[in-house]
Write a protein that binds this ligand. Structure first.
Ligand code: LLP
Length: 463
């Protein structure tokens, strides 16, 4: 996930430390639209605005740290995915990236479906009115209760992840007098070019049933025999934060190979194929993600070509983007606290959040950008590491970046592209209070997930 070190760096050090930075940007006040939500601009006073509101006002009203989510941007990205895939394909937003009831309502209004992977996500989706038949239920170890709740609710599909689950879901469906629509998730043996922890289609990991050794074909055999199941398709998810379409190409080729084998053996042409999510976004100016229409075109061409070669009817395609929809739509706003220059190394800038609101840097060595947003500055760039307030040295939010050297306590800085897997993976480490998510739209701002309070923490502590 990291670029190579490129010594062009800090003006305050003669010898450059190891790092993942490139040269400081020509203009530290500029906001690269690739990494910021659509409505983010800097006004004539130098203050960054989102949805027409100054971040200084947002900080006063909602406090820091906080995630600010650009609702118009979210809706337009969701719509772009929906229209790119048209009527012959389905887009399931992956709720694990970030889910709240407001988000569910926006998705519903924009015509998207929803992928959930736990009872909690399912409850959120249903409570916000997502029709059950537009929900896909995932997970490598779904509990009996989760399966029963999902089937009773009438979810559109359950994605089966193991041999045990094939039997378990069939039994529960039958006991409820239902026939559940299911897909089987297979591992196609692709090494996706991404961080090991978020690559999911190589064989040596916990998800899916390997195509290798005929295991997936055997799973299909069993599923087709069970009355409680209606097998509608095959599912493959190769990983996350992927830019290179070749992994999807290999996955589609292998999944279509399985569809062909199923047709040859059982005389059944499964009507659906799900290629999962995983499309990358720009965290820094060096990342170049593809547009949804390019992705849709590439995927449908791949599947059509593969099916023509196999003399199969082209199945209905579905995809499950999470990060690509919500990731770029939010930023985290922090207040600067302690600033510690370490001579010859870099300057440590502490903020009022940290690994409890963004674990991705510590977990995946993820890269982020950062900007001073409460004012502009013409000061020289300084190489910084933005760190949190937690009790460990790995508590890093932005590993290597440049901020103006006149940065001072009380300034507001923002880290863009934190809409996905930041609030959803937030923790209470050190009894931190998880920050709120505030939706900003057209001059208005409203809390969609409120800030945790000490009362919330103490309420769970019943000893
Ligand atoms: N479908 C399935 C079956 C998945 O497992 C995932 C993500 C997605 C779709 C959505 O992937 P996306 O389009 O958001 O990349 N916590 C990690 C990412 C883990 C992704 C898990 N599954 C991160 O922060 O990078």
């Amino acid at each position: 996930m990291s670029r190579s070190a490129h010594p062009a760096g800090p003006r305050h050090a003669d010898v450059l430390p190891e790092g993942h930075y490139t040269a400081p940007p020509a203009d530290l006040n500029a906001l690269d639209p690739k990494v910021w939500a659509h409505t983010v601009t800097r006004d004539q006073n130098g203050v960054v605005n989102v949805g027409g509101i100054e971040v200084t006002r947002l900080a006063e009203e909602f406090g820091t740290p906080a995630y600010f989510l650009d609702e118009a941007d979210f809706r337009s990205r969701a719509r772009a995915w929906r229209t790119a895939f048209g009527h012959d394909a389905d887009v399931f937003y992956a709720g694990k990236a970030f889910l709240s009831r407001a988000v569910v309502r926006w998705l519903h209004e924009e015509g998207l479906n929803l992928d959930v992977c736990s009872g909690g996500e399912l409850a959120t989706a249903l409570s916000a009115g997502m029709p059950a038949d537009r929900i896909a239920f995932h997970g490598n170890n779904k509990s009996e209760t989760e399966i029963r709740t999902a089937i009773e609710a009438g979810v559109g599909r359950i994605v089966l992840d193991s041999f045990q689950e094939i039997v378990r879901v069939a039994h529960i469906a039958q006991s409820l007098g239902k026939r559940q629509r299911v897909q089987i998730r297979v591992t196609v043996g692709v090494e996706a070019h991404t961080h090991e922890f978020i690559a999911t289609a190589h064989e040596d990991q916990k998800f899916g049933i390997p195509l290798a050794g005929g295991q997936a074909a055997e799973a299909v055999r069993r599923a087709l025999q069970l009355d409680g199941l209606e097998l509608i398709g095959i599912h493959s998810h190769i990983g996350s934060q992927i830019f290179d379409m070749s992994g999807f190409e290999v996955a589609a080729h292998r999944v279509v190979g399985l569809l062909k084998a199923i047709r040859d053996e059982h005389g059944v042409e499964l009507p659906e194929i799900d290629l999962g999510g995983g499309l990358g976004i720009a965290y820094t100016s060096d990342d170049d993600p593809r547009e949804p229409h390019e992705i849709a075109k590439a995927l449908s061409e791949i599947v059509t070509r593969e099916c023509e070669a196999a003399k199969l009817r082209t199945p209905r395609i579905s995809v499950e983007p999470g990060r690509a929809i919500v990731g770029p739509t939010a930023f985290t706003l922090y207040e600067v606290g302690t600033i510690k220059p370490l001579d010859g190394l870099r300057t440590y800038v502490s903020v009022d959040g940290g690994m409890s609101d963004n674990i991705r840097t510590a977990l995946y060595d993820a890269e982020y950008s950062v900007a001073l947003v409460s004012r502009t500055s013409d000061a020289e760039p300084m190489l910084v590491r933005v760190v949190g307030k937690h009790c460990e040295s790995g508590d890093i939010v932005v590993k290597d970046a440049f901020l103006p050297s006149d940065l001072a306590a009380g300034d507001l800085i923002a880290v863009p592209a934190t809409g996905a897997y930041c609030r959803s993976m937030a923790s209470n480490y050190n009894h931190a209070l998880r920050p709120p998510v505030v939706a900003v739209n057209d001059g208005g701002a409203r809390v969609i997930v409120r800030r945790e309070t000490e009362e919330d923490l103490l309420r769970l502590d019943v000893g």
